[in-house]
Write a protein that binds this ligand. Structure first.
Ligand code: ASC
Length: 586
């Protein structure tokens, strides 16, 4: 029919058509010159997730790889690009889900990749497609968000650059992404089993620290005669040769340093080189100089270093555990800063710098306080909040097991993910009573071993009014051991928050808010609450969806240290059916 019509069009008509087409082309061409088209592109990735034997720290174990690698491939995109990841789960007996850490998922809450919150798990053999826009430049991460799977090596970097022609407010010649991690030889399954057992079995300190997937375990410490040590642990395996950062003398490097540790807070340092901190979690920082960069799981920083030292040798870059005493259990992670043209494997002639003391709390608090938004890039916070939620973090004994609680509630995920249950009004899916907004401020002593009364395991959500401003006060306390309070890195999905302040001791709801930094607070997505201290955050509940907020220590989240916020669900259109595989309804 169309063919017939085309043939029937008279030549006069055809001539007019061609003229119109030409005019349209001229119009598009001139418009393109007046309004430069923002060139948002699609970045497409095809990933296969598999079990493989690897020896990241010379000790061979089963890890989870993406296209054969751990860390997985770096996602590189420009601001406003659409990232599409087609993920095939080739794990034989295990589900998977991947979270895009720091990407707010505005308009795509179903792509956040948080099993139990925003989607059903991806079953073995299935392929699932994540599609989302990276709307801000900066350094982000991705990692598994199912059980304790992240620890098995399923993680990588996301690097979002500015649109073509725009540049950062600081200058550098080259750019490198480095993920720090701690590494355990026992599998995530064994660890989870221990945490769920009675008696409780703690995961302990990691066996080694990895810098961009490489570490070194002392194989001779495995001297059990029943082990054929050579096949399990081999220090000459190239997989565990130190990570090398090659630099050209005189040049400036932007190192994007992030941490995805399962447990440890870290310090990172490069022998003889100061680091200028310029970015935190995707936001420009008013530059400040450090020798030791303290970094908590889930945080990302960019630091600038100048290769301005004696170029005839190489230097050590090291990372070591702070905030927990791992002095006798976990050696520092080592990498080599290689000055070209020295041989990259040439060991520096010095002993590696021994980072700061593990219990130097003051220096860590000082760094937290030093991070401010950069002049010219300040996003002013709302000057007041509509709601304040004070979250007391405690460690408790719940039903005979060690657990973590927020305001006496230990979190557990429902079988139907919150996003689906909320949108489709499946009220039986989770506890409809929200968790408490505070704790007994007057009577609770944060300096004593946690009392153990009326703690419960629940799965209610905090429902936030859409577009309201919410203050969260993370309040730390003594754990189950005398004179112990741990540092917890809290990560919020779906939003960045302003960091309004940190303090020591018990937060005073009347006086401490007067000390908030409402002038130039940094925005972040992950923040530590220091021992026996508090951290105050503010965010706007302006992103329709269900969002996890949790301690980024893998075992602590597993032990119930998290909450879920929900806002603006009624604004969402129909959810994609691909996230609903575990929901069977009549
Ligand atoms: O959650 C934890 O449990 C142990 C210990 O407190 C009990 O064994 C520990 O160090 C944690 O961080």
């Amino acid at each position: 029919m169309a063919y017939f019509f085309d043939m029937a069009v008279s030549s006069r008509f055809r001539g007019m058509k061609i003229l119109n087409l030409l005019a349209l082309c001229v119009l598009i061409f001139s418009l393109a010159n007046i309004v430069p088209m923002a060139e948002a592109r699609i970045r497409r990735y095809k990933w296969e997730v598999k079990y493989e034997y690897k020896s990241p720290d010379c000790f061979r174990k089963v890890v989870i790889t993406i296209n054969g690698r751990t860390p997985g491939p770096t996602i590189q995109a420009r601001q406003n690009d659409t990232v599409i990841v087609e993920l095939k789960n080739s794990l034989l007996t295990e589900n998977v889900a991947i979270h895009w850490h720091g990407i707010r998922q505005i308009g795509t809450p179903w792509a956040d990749g948080t099993e139990g919150v925003t989607q059903c798990p991806i079953l073995p053999g299935e392929t699932f497609t994540y599609k989302f826009v990276v709307d801000r430049p900066g350094t982000y991460l991705y990692h598994a968000h199912y059980g304790m799977q992240r620890e098995a090596g399923l993680y990588g970097s996301i690097r979002v650059s500015l649109p073509e022609g725009e540049s950062e407010p600081y200058a550098y010649d080259y750019d490198r992404s480095i993920i720090l991690n701690d590494w355990f030889h026992r599998s995530a399954f064994e660890q989870a089993a221990g945490l769920s057992s009675i008696p409780f079995q703690w995961v302990g300190e990691p066996q080694s620290l990895l810098i961009q997937g490489k570490g070194r375990f002392n194989c001779s410490s495995l001297n059990s005669p029943s082990l054929n040590v050579g096949t399990i642990c081999n220090e000459t395996n190239p997989e565990c040769s130190p990570y090398v950062i090659t630099v050209i003398p005189g040049k400036t490097y932007r190192l994007r340093i992030s941490s995805l540790t399962a447990l440890s807070a870290l310090s990172f340092q490069i022998e003889g080189h100061n680091m200028t901190v310029v970015e935190a979690d995707g936001h420009n920082v008013e530059p400040f100089v450090v020798q030791n960069l303290f970094i908590y799981s889930g945080e990302t920083y960019s630091v600038l270093i100048k290769a301005d030292q004696n170029p005839t040798r190489n230097y050590w870059a090291t990372t070591n555990i702070v905030s927990r005493n791992a002095t006798f259990t976990t050696p520092p992670g080592l990498a080599i800063l290689n000055y070209y043209p020295n041989h990259p494997k040439r060991s520096p002639p010095t002993t590696p710098p021994s980072g700061p003391l593990w219990n130097d709390v003051g220096s860590r608090l000082n760094q937290s306080l030093a991070i401010k938004a950069r002049k010219g890039f300040i996003i002013p916070p709302p000057q007041s909040a509509d709601r304040m939620i004070v979250m007391l973090n405690t460690q408790n004994n719940v039903s005979g097991n060690v657990r973590w609680s927020v305001n006496k509630v230990t979190y557990t995920l429902p079988h139907i993910p919150y996003l689906i249950a909320l949108k489709e009004n499946i009220t039986s899916a989770f506890d409809q009573t929200p968790p408490p907004d505070g704790y007994d401020f007057k009577n609770y002593d944060i300096f004593s071993v946690a009392e153990n009364k009326s703690y419960t395991i629940r799965n209610g959500v905090y429902r936030l009014n859409f577009n309201s401003t919410v203050d969260i006060i993370l309040q730390n306390a003594n754990s189950l051991s005398n004179k112990t309070s741990e540092t917890h890195p809290w990560h919020l999905h779906g939003h960045d928050f302003w960091v309004l302040g940190y303090g020591e001791g018990k937060f005073d709801i009347y006086n401490d808010p007067k000390k908030y930094n409402l002038v130039n607070p940094i925005m972040k997505n992950t923040v530590p609450v220091h021992r026996y201290g508090w951290t105050a955050l503010r965010f706007r509940a302006d992103n329709p969806g269900a969002w996890a907020f949790h301690c980024h220590i893998e075992s602590h989240f597993y032990m119930g240290m998290g909450v879920v916020f929900a806002e603006g669900i009624e604004r969402l259109g129909e959810l994609p059916s691909s996230i609903k595989g575990c929901v069977h309804r009549k």
